[in-house]
Design a protein around this ligand. Structure first.
Ligand code: DX5
Ligand code: ZN
Length: 219
């Protein structure tokens, strides 16, 4: 039995009361805290940046899973590590020298994650899967919380699971976007190890109960 890693996305939290939201995460069964940085260039939205990461990093007791939706993420590796991130996810589409960037992320003491947009096929990772700790599949187009799950993502998880097995890689599969009661069990069945969930967790009446429900999904 494989336990599901749950990484709630802070993007849907109440930004006026971030201290309370982090307290909830600390007390919950969440494994990680997912943080979405957007630059208004790589994606058509702007979220938050290093001042917020630094502040949250001081009080969050869960490993920070940082998802950079920005151009030139390689310029921000040290700042991400200094904020206390445990995982740094960069977009495949934003990295010309992906291999070099992944080495630098690991050298800075973080786990190296690569994120794929919905339109990017998993086989582009064939020659680099051995150097990746986490592959994050976007199951919505990145930039916004609360969007509809793209159904094709289930097949993509299965395809990535096959690629990982074929190449003898230890990479974990993370899925981000539209993860809720109906899609979460199907993603876990398809082979997802890590579920990111924003609006489903933070807009719930009882977020800790939702985290518990996601956490109890097993494969
Ligand atoms: C979207 C972000 C997601 C987002 C997910 O670009 O990367 O992490 O917060 O939100 P939900 O779970 O509401 O789809
Ligand atoms: Zn994200």
């Amino acid at each position: 039995m494989m336990e599901t890693i749950v990484s709630p996305s802070l993007l849907s939290a109440d930004f006026l009361h971030l201290d309370k939201e982090i307290e909830m995460i600390n007390e919950s069964e969440a494994d990680w805290l997912h943080m979405d940085v957007m630059d208004g260039v790589f994606v058509p939205n702007i979220s938050f940046g290093f001042p917020v990461l630094n502040a949250v990093g001081k009080v969050c007791r869960k490993p920070m899973d940082v998802h950079l939706m920005i151009v030139h993420p390689e310029n921000y590796i040290q700042q991400t590590a200094d904020a206390g991130a445990a995982i740094m996810n960069v977009h495949y589409e934003a990295c010309i020298h992906l291999h070099r960037t992944l080495q630098a992320i690991r050298a800075a003491g973080m786990k190296a994650g690569v994120t794929l947009n919905p339109s990017t096929p998993v086989n582009v990772l064939e020659d680099i899967i051995g150097d990746i700790d986490i592959v994050q599949l976007m199951s919505v187009n990145p930039g916004f919380g609360g969007q509809k799950f793209i159904e094709h993502s289930i097949k993509k998880v299965q395809r990535l699971r096959q690629l990982i097995a074929h190449e003898g890689s230890h990479a974990l599969i993370e899925v981000d976007g539209g993860v809720q009661a109906e899609t979460a069990p199907r993603l876990v069945d398809a082979g997802a190890d890590i579920l990111v969930s924003g609006s489903y967790v933070f807009k719930a009446g009882d977020p800790k109960a939702v985290i518990h429900a996601l956490k109890s999904l097993q494969r």
